[in-house]
Design a protein around this ligand. Structure first.
Ligand SMILES: [Zn+2]
Length: 191
């Protein structure tokens, strides 16, 4: 029962029936920035998965992976603002959802540096996807602040899901959630 309840809670946290939203969305202001990672299923799934993975790794990785994600996402945004074109951004974001889900499903453990590099590579696409539109935003700084804050909350949600449920059942539930995230990424990719 505990396992089912825990799985349902993780699924509820990661699976709001919300759509991918990269074009035509509001890009001005704090609320729009906060809303976007929560309403873009691609961002939400990858960000929660990074939190789950960070907590699975434990130790320093618990904070290093979220920091690597947020820092590289900011860098990607700045590169895009500077006019650096990165190809296959949407595909890269979807690949990051699938990859992060698979890593959580496997409870993959590598050298922390490798994990940080993988996380940074995934985050780059999420930042690049939004940097280009920032000069068009009326309130870019508050939008970015909201976006980064929401990202941190999603990472922490993933970490909290693992920390809250101790034991083998919780670890298994987290891996099941990772599998679900990978499948959702595949579904988004073929949608
Ligand atoms: Zn987006």
């Amino acid at each position: 029962m505990k396992f089912i309840k825990y799985s349902a809670a993780v699924a509820a946290a990661t699976m709001p029936a919300l759509a991918l939203a990269h074009t035509g969305h509001e890009t001005s202001g704090l609320m729009a920035g906060i809303a976007h990672p929560f309403t873009g299923l691609d961002h939400l799934l990858a960000m929660v998965a990074v939190g789950l993975w960070a907590a699975q790794m434990g130790g320093k990785a618990t904070w290093q992976l979220p920091l690597a994600f947020i820092g590289t996402m900011m860098l990607g945004g700045l590169l895009a603002m500077a006019g650096v074109a990165v190809p296959f951004v949407e595909a890269g974001i979807l690949a990051s959802v699938i990859a992060s889900g698979v890593l959580v499903a496997m409870a993959a453990r590598f050298n922390t540096t490798v994990c940080v590099a993988l996380t940074a590579a995934m985050a780059m696409f999420h930042g690049v996807a939004h940097g280009a539109e920032m000069p068009l935003s009326a309130h870019p700084v508050s939008y970015v602040a909201g976006f980064l804050g929401a990202t941190l909350v999603l990472h922490l949600a993933g970490i909290a899901a693992i920390k809250a449920g101790k034991g083998a059942l919780a670890a298994t539930a987290a891996r099941v959630a990772g599998g679900a995230i990978a499948f959702a990424g595949m579904a988004l990719a073929v949608a």
